[in-house]
Design a protein around this ligand. Structure first.
Ligand code: 4AZ
Length: 850
């Protein structure tokens, strides 16, 4: 408790200002304390002064201790590698207990001591060196063996930086001094013929004394194999662990590591992996550092025949971990670059779309037929690396045309085009020895200077796009030049900035114009008028009369009016009477005379907490407690479903079709309360299925009535991650344009891979007529469309059967739809199609009693 104890604070015995006689006054009240107020203030002042003096003294001591006192020392660890010419690598050098290992290690340690002795800074503070591993040299004969070592120093705190500089100065290799031939740093007393030294400070996160487990695995990559974090996939990785996997390929081979699953804590300060182009964790040989759930390709290649993978975990929050396969790839001279000719063609960075290896250097000489000009379009471009913002000195692409050259680096989401006013161009790609990225893919094309885009639209940035894409509302060029100076058609609206956009993008909640014109004056009816949810402006008084505004809105029709005739726009109470209020279910107000609108409302909220989808984000655990993962035996996650109660799930009929046994109950397992595939936790419940009830009118060719109920083989105990979603009544109105959420473990792109962690994405409900025209008449009344018409966000394969969730103003979530089908995934103007649940309210009740 953080409350101060008043008795202790004013204890008379502890107060030096007290006259001892006063302690024996009989009264228990505090008046005697007030008798000498002046004296108390004096003591208080003296006390404060004393405190201030003590504080100054303490600060001075601390400053002196850490900054001025020269004998306060800290331990510094450097990790390095040493290329040695006059030694040959033996297989016994892999075994630290062998005689050969120990003999060579002793020589390396001696040589390091000698190297350090030549620098006053290093010699003064050096403690010891230990050799961790050896590998074959670069195969050229220049370096026979590479030794990986750790050197410890004890240095005064204020000289730490000088020590770093001194260590750096050791890195004087032949490459740095091209004029010098022969041995580096070789003197008569040298133990070894050293060709190169690379070293740097150890990442402090890898030197934590709290590690419970530290282990090194040595693997040979000659044969392909798999490695994984401990416990994967059945249990999370252990806490406080530092693991190293040393991978060795044959000489003149690269190591390739491909991650198939990767799920770590999102905070890289706590749990992370690092991959090195080395057998020791030398920071400037680091290829990557990863944590969380990366979306980019996780394929890494080394420059030589060794790789080090490290995993560091913290005390808490342990995740499933990773699984990766390793293999070796021969190093050849033609990995990249060369002469390119013809009218068009393509080229990529080495191993694209895998990450390019470090220390790569490629040159492409491109020549198209005489009389043409040449352009190169980078269709994908990610050549990054920390600390090279715009300077392009580490990894870069250099384009030489005529007499000029320019460098490109960083990430470019849109296509980049460079053109030459001649028929030649040279493109160079260079990567340095640390940090790799996905690289680039490029196409080149000859063009006639007078007609750069025959039959197509020439963008200002030299790209060519189909003529039909000009003035269609989409920025196809990437620089908007195809959307400028347009004559808007009848189906389009004109934005203030002159662009034309489809009329149906108006007031959809997305700034399509770029200047928000399409989202202005939305929902503003004139004086005395109010807007119905379908956009119609009606006189205020007539708003709730069911005649003028067919979709009367909640705010305006607050006092539910009981009416004689029930219509599709009224709500039917259990008594059979109808009320005018829109969506009165579970809104916290008793609207029906029998209160039936507020019954069965233990749904649609996250119960005990206050707390793949294409283009989505990772959801938080317990965020969608009605989401279910349906596993088909032998196939794993196959479809989504929603929890309706402790016994019933709702999914898509096409998930449980007759074909291949999908309609058989015993072939399915339902995972409720699941967040990450293959990782169950205390809230996850696996249930078998007692009964599948497919909608009798499900029509596979058209996906009409694509709905099925699943009865669990017993009731599930609801918990903080398992909770039903609210079913909307048959007359519940979900206005077009309103926000909805899709969730699932489906593929994160069309034809891509399923997600390990539950994904979520926000979409908007699409007007039925608009959707019907976009999807060429395939939309029936029992379907509902939702998406982002710009494209890029959608449900996809594996999301089927999962929920389309709409949150009501009350904060409760309602099941507006069930993921059913679509024209591909996330394509522009192709919203996803969902089962319109309001149309099945009676069927669900008839079958399940809910
Ligand atoms: C499917 O194959 C699927 N874009 C589900 C939803 C969508 C497309 C495909 C909607 O299960």
């Amino acid at each position: 408790m953080d409350v101060m104890d008043p008795g202790a604070k004013s204890s008379p015995i502890q107060d030096p200002d007290w006259d001892s006689a006063l302690q024996f006054l009989p009264a228990a009240d505090s008046r005697p304390l007030e008798k000498r107020p002046g004296g108390r203030r004096l003591w208080l002042g003296l006390g404060l002064l004393l405190c201030a003096l003590l504080l100054v003294l303490l600060t001075t001591v601390l400053v002196w201790h850490f900054h001025l006192r020269s004998d306060v020392r800290v331990k510094k660890t450097y990790i390095g590698s040493m290329g040695i010419a006059d030694q040959r690598f033996l297989t016994t050098h892999e075994d630290p207990t062998s005689l050969e290992f120990r003999r060579l290690a002793a020589l390396v340690a001696k040589q390091l001591k000698l190297l350090y002795s030549k620098n006053s800074e290093l010699s003064k503070y050096f403690l010891e060196s230990t050799v961790q591993a050896f590998s074959e040299g670069d195969g050229s004969g220049r370096e026979g063996v590479v030794a990986y070592y750790q050197s410890e120093f004890q240095v005064p705190v204020q000289r730490k930086d000088l020590l770093d500089e001194a260590i750096k100065s050791l890195e004087k290799t032949e490459v740095d001094q091209p004029g010098r031939h022969g041995r580096l740093l070789l003197k008569p007393q040298d133990a070894l013929n050293v060709r190169s030294v690379v070293s740097g400070a150890l990442d402090p996160r890898m030197a934590t004394p709290t590690f419970i487990a530290q282990k090194v695995f040595t693997l040979h990559v000659r044969k392909e194999g798999m490695l994984q974090s401990p416990g994967f996939p059945d249990s999370p990785y252990p806490p406080n662990t530092y693991l190293q996997w040393r991978l060795r390929a044959q000489p003149r081979h690269r190591v390739q590591l491909v991650f198939h699953t990767f799920i770590l804590e999102e905070n890289c300060q706590r749990d992370f992996i690092k991959i090195y182009d080395s057998l020791a964790p030398i920071e400037h040989r680091m290829l990557t550092e990863k944590c969380g759930y990366p979306h980019e390709p996780m394929v890494f290649l080394t420059s030589g025949n060794v790789m080090l993978l490290t995993l560091v975990t913290s005390a808490e929050k342990n995740f499933p971990g990773f699984r990766a396969s390793y293999s070796q790839i021969p190093i050849t001279n033609d990995t990249c670059g060369g002469k390119l000719s013809g009218r068009n063609g393509s080229f990529t960075s080495p191993f694209f779309p895998a990450n390019y290896p470090p220390a790569a250097s490629c040159v492409w000489d491109i020549q198209v037929p005489m009389g043409n000009f040449l352009k190169v379009q980078f269709t994908s471009f990610s050549v990054s690396g920390p600390g090279q913002k715009g300077s392009c000195t580490r990894d870069y692409v250099e384009v030489h045309r005529q007499s000029s050259s320019s460098r490109l680096c960083g990430s470019r989401p849109d296509s980049t085009v460079v053109s030459s006013r001649s028929n030649q161009m040279t493109v160079r790609f260079k990567s340095d020895s640390s940090y790799v990225d996905a690289g680039f893919s490029a196409i080149y094309e000859a063009f006639v200077p007078t007609d750069p885009c025959p039959g197509r639209f020439p963008c200002l940035n030299n790209m060519c796009v189909n003529i039909s894409l000009q003035c269609d509302g989409w920025d196809d060029c990437g620089d908007d030049s195809d959307e400028e100076n347009c004559q808007c058609q009848a189906s389009q609206m004109r934005c203030r900035n002159g662009h034309c956009k489809p009329q149906f993008w108006k007031c959809d909640g997305v700034d399509d114009c770029g200047d928000n014109t399409d989202e202005e004056n939305c929902g503003q009816c004139g004086a005395g008028l109010v807007q119905c949810p379908d956009g119609l402006c009606v006189p205020d008084k007539l708003h709730c009369d069911q005649k003028h505004c067919h979709t009367a809105d909640h705010a305006h029709c607050k006092n539910a009016l009981q009416v004689q005739t029930c219509t599709p726009h009224t709500h039917k109470c259990r008594s059979g009477r109808c009320i005018t209020k829109l969506n009165p279910e579970c809104d916290g107000e008793d609207d029906c005379d029998d209160n039936s609108d507020e019954e069965n409302c233990a749904c649609g909220v996250r119960p005990y907490r206050s707390s793949r989808i294409v283009g989505g984000q990772t959801s938080r655990e317990g965020e969608w407690p009605w989401q279910v993962s349906l596993h088909f035996r032998g196939k794993g996650h196959t479809c989504g479903a929603s929890v309706l109660s402790d016994r019933w799930l709702l999914t898509a009929a096409h998930c449980v079709q007759e074909a291949a046994g999908y309609s058989k109950e015993d072939q399915w397992e339902a995972f409720l309360g699941l967040h990450i595939q293959n990782q169950v936790n205390q809230w996850t419940v696996k249930k078998n299925i007692r009964r599948i009830i497919r909608h009798p009118d499900y029509d596979p060719p058209t996906y009409n009535n694509d709905l099925a109920l699943m009865e669990l083989d017993g009731p599930v105990a609801l918990n903080q991650n398992i909770w039903p979603i609210c079913l909307p009544s048959a007359t519940h109105h979900f206005p077009a344009g309103s926000a909805a959420w899709i969730t699932g473990w489906g593929t994160t792109r069309e034809g891509g891979f399923t997600a390990a962690i539950l994904q979520k994405a926000e979409v908007r409900l699409v007007n039925q007529t608009v959707c019907s025209s976009l999807l060429e008449g395939q939309i029936t009344e029992v379907m509902l469309c939702a998406g982002v018409l710009k494209g890029g966000v959608d449900a996809c394969q594996g999301d089927s059967g999962g929920p389309l969730t709409v949150m009501a103003p009350s904060g409760r979530s309602f099941l507006a739809g069930v993921v059913s089908w679509g024209d591909g995934c996330a394509r522009r103007n192709k919203p996803g199609v969902y089962v319109r649940i309001t149309r099945y309210r009676d069927w669900i009740r008839d079958q399940s009693g809910l």
